[in-house]
Write a new protein. Structure first.
Length: 355
């Protein structure tokens, strides 16, 4: 017969509640955070190297794009570098927000890396062979085996950097022990806790798209609009408008407003239709010529199979289709509150008290 005394107070009852076992992963969080900081430093290093390449190319008399067009790449590298370092520091400190945003960024990087690697595997050999043909007069002195080895090495590097590294981050930050470590070492509720991770990922994508549109509209104002390319100041105004719209959508989607979901789906759908019609009817090289690019630069693009085929534009359209499908999937998170529910300040639904 059991004669152990039963707890008679609320405190003692709570004392006997089992605590889920977990393994502290703070040491590994420091390691992965350090890796992120190193990756951020490497991205920052690409900026002066890229600018140095542009200067050397111009001094050598080689045709190149206007300097303003390189600003977009500088902003992208700078943004990625800052994000890596910021998230790395947060991961070392075991912050909740760093865990959530790193997991989101890792998934975005993995999906983008897979698509980019597939595209590069398909078009890189054609572009590489064309470049070797022009530089070496029908590949004189370069054997097919050497070119195949170089291409294979480049594709492997792409796969490791764009697929292998994000996969490792996704696997690590998806583990329950890692999440529990951040929760216990950072017990304060953070803003990332107020929104489901899938919805928060859409907000991150909207903000990233807004920043990209803003700088692209300033540096390279070319906007595909239902069968034609708008250029110059009108295109810049359109880009600024869509940047503001994306910022608004990021805010409204974070709050899980049902109208924000409908607006996002409609806006992305209209963009996809506009892009598809324009890519089918027009060549973007014509738009570059209207921006004041030199004839030598245009000719250089025409000789590039990737630029001539428009594969980058169609790849971007495919990414937009994937994003549209993802938004449709998120519909379940935007169910409006019923008459028996109220929405609390942290965007979670709570039932009304019984009378």
């Amino acid at each position: 017969m059991d004669i152990s005394p039963a707890p008679d107070t609320e405190d003692s009852t709570q004392q006997y509640q089992p605590v889920p076992a977990f393994k502290d992963r703070s040491s590994l969080l420091i390691v992965f955070g350090a890796v992120q900081i190193i990756l951020g430093a490497l991205c920052a290093l690409f900026i002066p190297l890229m600018l140095l390449g542009v200067v050397v190319s111009r001094n050598a008399g080689a045709p190149s794009a206007p300097l303003s067009s390189h600003l977009v790449a500088v902003v992208i590298y700078f943004g990625i570098a800052v994000s890596f370092i910021w998230l790395g520091v947060g991961s070392i400190q075991c912050r909740r927000w760093a865990h959530a945003l790193t997991l989101i960024a890792s998934w975005i990087g993995l999906i983008s890396g897979i698509s980019i690697t597939i595209v590069f595997t398909a078009v890189l050999p054609v572009s590489f062979l064309a470049g070797m043909h022009a530089a070496n007069n029908q590949n004189a002195g370069v054997s097919t085996g050497v070119m195949a080895a170089i291409l294979t090495f480049m594709i492997v590097i792409f796969a490791v950097c764009l697929i292998g590294i994000p996969t490792a981050f996704v696997i690590f930050y998806s583990r329950r022990n890692v999440l529990e470590t951040c929760r216990r070492r950072d017990p304060v509720e953070r803003w990332t806790d107020r929104c489901p991770l899938p919805v928060l990922a859409a907000c991150v994508l909207f903000i990233s798209g807004a920043v990209y549109s803003l700088f692209f509209g300033i540096t390279t104002p070319i906007f595909p609009f239902f069968g034609k390319y708008i250029t110059g100041i009108p295109a810049g105004i359109v880009f600024v408008f869509f940047a503001a719209l994306d910022f608004f959508l990021a805010w409204a989607v974070f709050r899980r407003k049902i109208f924000a979901w409908w607006l996002a789906v409609c806006v992305i759908g209209i963009r996809i239709i506009s892009y598809a019609i324009t890519f089918e009817r027009r060549n973007i090289l014509e738009a570059y010529s209207r921006l004041g690019w030199s004839s030598a630069s245009i000719q250089m693009l025409r000789q590039n199979p990737i630029a001539r085929s428009g594969v980058i534009q169609w790849w971007g359209l495919g990414v937009s289709l994937i994003f549209l499908g993802y938004l449709i999937y998120l519909k379940k998170y935007f169910k409006p509150a019923g008459p028996s529910e109220i929405v609390s300040s942290d965007n979670t639904s709570a039932p009304l008290p019984a009378s």
